[in-house]
Design a protein around this ligand. Sequence first.
Ligand code: PNS
Length: 165
Amino acid sequence: MRRAICPGSFDPVTVGHLDLAERAAAIFDEVVVCVMVNGEKRTMFTPRQRLEMVQAAVEHLPNVRAALWEGLLADFARREGARALVKGARGGTDFDWEYQMAQINRDLWPALDTVILPARAEHLHISSTMVRDMLRHGQRLEPYVPAGALEALRMIQEGKKEDGK
Ligand code: PNS
């Protein structure tokens, strides 16, 4: 069983993330999309909300599941018995960053390798940062957020309104 991890903040998950998970699912037997919790990073959505959106986004993929992890990614991969991390790169800047992360993760667990997949051309301009901005300005998110996740996001927003947050 070849298992891979697709890690990220997913604040929120985008169509670019889903494309990566789908492509990873075509290469590996099983893929775990892991929502990482970074105490230092301020996020728009809580870890559980990010997990709910990722779960909804990958629901249609039989060999993909979502998980939440607070700590080192290499530790999560080892716990899952996954020897590959799958990351996307939209260009040179992403690649340089992922290259560094790949070295660090291999230092932490030498059996762990990183597969970097080039983003599709139509997704090059899409990021969670851009989606958060569109959300703040009340713009439609259909082209940027997977349909299942959009439904989960709407429910999260309804909950916020009811809580008066
Ligand atoms: O979606 P993002 O924010 O680009 O994802 C970055 C993420 C969460 C994959 C990265 O920050 C990460 O792997 N964090 C977990 C902590 C860790 O293992 N760091 C590497 C060694 S210091």
